[in-house]
Design a binder for this molecule. Structure first.
Ligand SMILES: [Zn+2]
Length: 70
C-alpha cells in the first residue's frame, strides 16, 4: 500500500492528486512574529467547502473553486 502523502484533516482519508481543488490550511498566531509557530493541515476540496466554508460567518465569502489551479 502506498504511503499517504497528505491526509485530510476532516475525514482522515488520503488526498489524491486528482482532487485539484484540495487545500493546505496554514494557521499562525495573528500577533506572532515571523518566526512564530504555524500549523499546516490539508483537506479535500469537498471537505473544505463543507466543513470549513460552511462554518464561516455568512458574511465571509469562501469559494473552494478559487483554489484549483487553472
Ligand atoms: Zn476529506
Amino acid at each position: 500500500m502506498a504511503e499517504l502523502e497528505y491526509q485530510c484533516c476532516y475525514c482522515e482519508e488520503g488526498i489524491a492528486k486528482g482532487d485539484i481543488g484540495a487545500v493546505r490550511i496554514v494557521i499562525s498566531g495573528l500577533w506572532a512574529q515571523a518566526d512564530g509557530s504555524t500549523q499546516e493541515v490539508y483537506a479535500h476540496s469537498e471537505c473544505a467547502a463543507d466543513k470549513f466554508g460552511r462554518a464561516l460567518s455568512s458574511s465571509v465569502p469562501f469559494d473552494i473553486q478559487a483554489f484549483a489551479p487553472d
